[in-house]
Design a protein around this ligand. Structure first.
Ligand code: PMP
Length: 391
């Protein structure tokens, strides 16, 4: 436990909350939660489930209706050919990722993943006692892993963890990029591939969502897809996650469930079935809205001289390289690094962003743009002002 740290993202969110409670006008670009609720059909399904509640333990894998709804969801997203035995459910993608680490990694085994990474990857690896092999993907390479880099990194690796679209960068790998990485993965047959693709329904500019399994079908036998209701349906607090993968791995998840959680609650399962198989209009509308907000955020950050930002094409994050500000001062306060910059930005301008070092890249910061549209322009104005006032 001494290796695991509390979430840096939550720390910023807490500080912003405290300032707000003290009467400050705060715009939060910090926490990565969607600002929408699921449709009424989801609540109706949950209410209906309450009326027939058995009060009993449920299936460790998940009820058939949920497995089938998720299989259909995968198919709609282009991932065909999974059966119930390939699926397991759990308490959010976070839980599934943790269980996968427990199932696939022994202490001392190596897990490789690109940097910037989602913060929790580091903690999960540390908690299970795995060695981390970090693959740096700075802004200068568009925050994307190259095939050569992957090829050089994989010898001796037990698990390769990939996240597309990316939190924190919002980058999305195109079809050719995925195919080139898949070709490399084929050359390393001892590596398990975990794809945390929970933002797969939040992709812009018509790039589409692509994956290794479709690029090279032979990878299916050692690739595990991780998905979740949180971002797609505005249901982070409902806590439902899934994996689709080889039967042996899905069975391992079921065995872990039987020891950790037993089952996802029955009422939540019913709501999840409704979300997955009901109308997808809210998700589609939100995706279009996020794309428009991405344009707004990107235009603002790129208007700042010296700030570099590869164009994100998914999720709801922008990850500008703001290192141009280091060594400057704001109202007499020296800005030495990303943490000092985020602190000053929050204290002086009331804008909360997460320092890039939380994601392994101290040259950047993360803007999560799920706040209400009317707050976005105000927050961006203050953000740009802050940089203009640096001396
Ligand atoms: N993976 C990534 C990349 C995420 O951004 C998040 C949530 N911030 C998760 C997993 C966890 O999602 P869930 O709510 O399903 O646990």
């Amino acid at each position: 436990m001494s290796r695991a740290k509390p979430s840096a993202i939550m720390a910023v969110a807490e500080k912003a909350k405290a300032l707000k409670a003290a009467g400050r006008d705060i715009v939060s670009f910090s926490i990565g939660v969607p600002n929408f609720l699921p449709g009424e059909h989801v609540y109706a399904a949950a209410r209906e489930a309450l009326t027939r509640d058995s009060g009993q333990y449920g299936s460790n894998r998940g009820p058939d209706a949920l497995l089938d709804a998720f299989i259909k969801h995968l198919e709609d997203g282009g991932l065909k050919g999974y059966g119930r035995k390939n699926i397991a459910t759990g308490i959010g993608a976070k839980h599934m990722l943790y269980s996968l680490a427990e199932a696939l990694l022994d202490p001392g085994d190596t897990i490789a993943f690109p940097v910037p990474y989602w913060t929790t990857y580091v903690d999960i690896a540390d908690i299970v006692g795995a060695q981390k092999r970090l693959l740096p993907c700075p802004a200068s390479q568009n925050y994307k892993l190259t095939p050569d880099q992957l090829d050089a990194a994989l010898p001796g690796v037990k698990v390769f963890l990939f996240n597309n679209p990316s939190n924190p960068t919002g980058m999305v790998y195109g079809k050719d990029e995925i195919a080139a990485l898949a070709d490399v993965l084929v050359k390393h047959p001892d590596v398990w591939i975990v794809c945390d693709d929970i933002y797969n329904r939040m992709v812009f500019d018509g790039v589409g969502y692509h994956n290794f399994v479709n690029a090279r079908p032979e990878l299916r036998e050692r690739t595990i897809q991780v998905d979740s209701l949180s971002k797609t349906y505005g249901m982070p607090g409902w806590r439902v996650g899934f994996i689709a993968g080889p039967e042996s791995v899905a069975q391992a998840m079921v065995t872990l469930n039987s020891n950790h959680i037993t089952n996802v609650p029955e009422v939540v399962n019913a709501a999840a079935v409704a979300a997955l198989s009901g109308p997808q209009t809210i998700t589609e509308r939100k995706c279009a809205e996020f794309q428009a907000k991405r344009d707004e955020v990107l235009a603002a950050v790129l208007s700042i001289p010296g700030v570099v930002c590869p164009r994100p094409q998914g999720a709801f994050y922008v990850f500008p390289d703001i290192s141009v500000a280091f060594g400057k001062s704001h109202c007499g306060v020296k800005i030495g690094n990303d943490v000092e910059l985020c602190n000053a930005l929050l204290e002086v301008k009331g804008v909360a962003c997460v320092p890039g070092s939380a994601f392994g890249d101290p040259n950047a910061l993360r803007i999560s743009y799920t706040c209400p549209t009317e707050q976005l322009a105000d927050g961006l104005k203050r953000f740009v002002e802050f940089f203009a006032e640096l001396t």
